[in-house]
Write a protein that binds this ligand. Sequence first.
Ligand code: NAP
Length: 259
Amino acid sequence: MDLGIKGRRAIVCASSKGLGLACAQQLAREGVDLVMIARGQDALEAAAQSIRDESGVKVTTVAADITTPEGRAKVLAVCPDPDILVTNAGGPKPGDFREWTREDWISAVDANMLTPIEMIRATVDKMIARKFGRIVNITSASVKMPIEILGLSNGARAGLTGFVSGLARQTVAHNVTINNLLPGPFATDRLLQTAERLARDSGKNIEQVMTARKAAVPAGRFGEPDEFGQACAFLCGAKSGFISGQNLVMDGGIYPGTL
Ligand code: NAP
């Protein structure tokens, strides 16, 4: 299926590995030129090169912390007017809310709520003027189904979801859509990090924790990043202009509600 976005420009935040990388790879397969961001230069450059080799698209890398104003300014200096914006950043640390300080909360809200809002603020009006824009926020299934040890994520991402819900209804008339992708357990480094914390808290080993997590997924497996990337690319497609303000849960069937 040709998504009709060949030659478009995308900023994909936090994309040297995991879900962000999968989105970048899939957009590149559709012929989209990319600006990829991560803090670690070496992994970022290696990821970018593999995409250039595979897809032949133009890939620019920006080694920056997207959660800082300086990092965002660096990215926007390279690409002030993307057609596609995929927001993403590392998830907050797991734990018990009694351990968290005000600073912990501020950094979670900064990374997982205010950073995407700032990136949207910097780009959405130019998308509206050009009558094309696709914004996809990588959030978490925790927005619909809170995860006990990820209270920082549950809270910060719910704030982003509420904000985006209002904005997405205003931009869609201009063919600028904003949607959220809500990953459940996907086989990435992040999944291992949360499993490590659960193992520490429960006295089990990582393997036991991972086996139990997998058993709780109706699909009987963890998600593959590639599956996530495909959904992202679809939402960015030229013919996806009638889908806005939605929250697509990708969790192998964990969320038990009818709607
Ligand atoms: P991952 O495999 O650990 O990859 C994270 C990527 O983000 C890396 O490329 C990392 O590179 C980059 N990154 C992290 N912090 C950054 C920052 N401040 N500025 C720029 N780049 C940054 O994680 P993932 O599994 O893809 O997760 C992506 C998002 O989805 C996270 O917010 C996570 O909490 C959420 N999520 C994931 C799952 C899952 O099962 N995987 C489930 C629910 C939600 P550098 O470290 O070099 O910067």
